[in-house]
Design a protein around this ligand. Structure first.
Ligand SMILES: NC(=O)c1ccc[n+]([C@@H]2O[C@H](COP(=O)([O-])OP(=O)(O)OC[C@H]3O[C@@H](n4cnc5c(N)ncnc54)[C@H](OP(=O)(O)O)[C@@H]3O)[C@@H](O)[C@H]2O)c1
Length: 309
């Protein structure tokens, strides 16, 4: 028998656990997926299409999207559509959401998988730190803008691809732009993922009794392109060392499929999963006071509510 681990360390064990699977059909369902041109999101697209789901990709690279569309449509009797939005630009997220709302009278599943890790502090044109914008604000905004359609389509599901990296924390609501602290890639990644988790709990409350569930997940430690935007040395280490220890992202696609389709999750909302195993997030990501503050800030930063003067 394995020794009992404290709850906050269970992620070490869960990563080795036997994962759950679903063979529920997704025939004819419409799934909107960001980050679908690579890694985790791309695996989810393949798995969902294999089960009959139609795919609406939100992505920034048209050539990649077109290739995936052709590959999937050749292989499965589903359609793949795509809308372009760079998640570093919230205006583009708004435009993509508006186009999706015009085109699709139903959305069954929304998966937000777009994400980055940056060793350098970079700002977007609104002055927001890039990782926070791409990993949290853009997904938050897309989710909000598609919410009315998800509610009309209930039962429906939202899944935020989060990370065990939220445990690095780094979230300081008084310094989201890292002007007063030394920036590190891990901390900024942790800040973005912590902020996302805090808003998932709040959104689960907001969506109570609507038939829309929202959960967050860690997609495993998998070999993808994340980090490829960083410098030469980082990339060399990623490709020659880190990748050796990582798993095939096919497990992430399988886990997302489970979370999107499993019957036993029909009513499950406001939870964090390590792949398919429900897990307790780090304490700082469960702070109710921070939850409210991050919620308010996220609404303001995405322009969903005007800042009070
Ligand atoms: N890999 C892991 O071990 C791991 C572990 C924990 C959590 N995650 C999370 O899993 C999610 C997916 O990452 P991944 O590992 O699959 O990495 P990936 O292979 O690099 O895929 C990232 C996806 O996000 C898209 N993306 C990045 N920046 C974007 C932007 N500015 N606008 C629009 N789309 C953008 C990428 O588009 P392009 O194809 O155009 O680059 C790609 O489709 C992320 O949220 C990440 O934090 C990954």
């Amino acid at each position: 028998m394995k020794p009992k681990l404290p709850e906050q360390l269970m992620f070490l064990r869960n990563r080795q656990a036997v994962q759950k699977q679903s063979d529920e059909s997704m025939n004819g369902k419409i799934c909107v997926i960001s980050g679908s041109t690579s890694g985790v999101g791309h695996e989810a697209v393949k798995r969902l299409a294999r089960a009959g789901a139609n795919i609406v990709m939100v992505c920034r690279n048209e050539a990649k999207a077109q290739t995936i569309k052709e590959e999937i449509e050749k292989q499965y009797p589903v359609f793949v559509d795509y809308y372009l939005a760079d998640f570093s630009d919230l205006q583009q997220v708004r435009q993509a959401a508006a186009q999706i709302l015009l085109r699709y009278p139903r959305i069954d599943v929304l998966i937000n998988s777009a994400g980055i890790h940056s060793t350098k502090k970079i700002y977007n044109k609104d002055g927001y730190e890039l990782v926070f914008c791409v990993n949290h604000l853009a997904a938050f905004l897309l989710t909000h803008l598609l919410l009315p359609r998800l509610i009309e389509s209930a039962p429906s599901r939202i899944i935020q691809v989060n990370s065990e990296g939220h445990r690095f924390n780094g979230l300081n609501i008084h310094d989201l732009a890292w002007k007063k602290r030394i920036y590190t890639g891990l901390k900024s990644y942790g800040a973005s993922k912590t902020a996302q988790l805090l808003t998932v709990w709040e959104l689960a409350n907001v969506l109570k009794n609507t038939g829309v569930t929202i959960n967050a997940m860690h997609p495993g430690e998998v070999k993808t392109n994340i980090g490829n935007n960083n410098g030469k040395l980082y990339r060399w280490f990623l490709h020659h060392v880190t990748w050796r220890f990582l798993k095939d992202p096919v497990i992430s696609g399988e886990a997302l499929y489970y979370l999107a389709s499993a019957k036993e999750l029909d009513q499950v909302t406001g939870k964090f999963f390590n792949l398919t195993i429900e897990e307790k997030p780090a304490k700082h990501a469960l702070d109710p006071q921070k939850q409210q503050q991050v919620w308010d800030l996220s609404l303001q930063m995405t322009g969903l509510v005007q800042k009070e003067l």
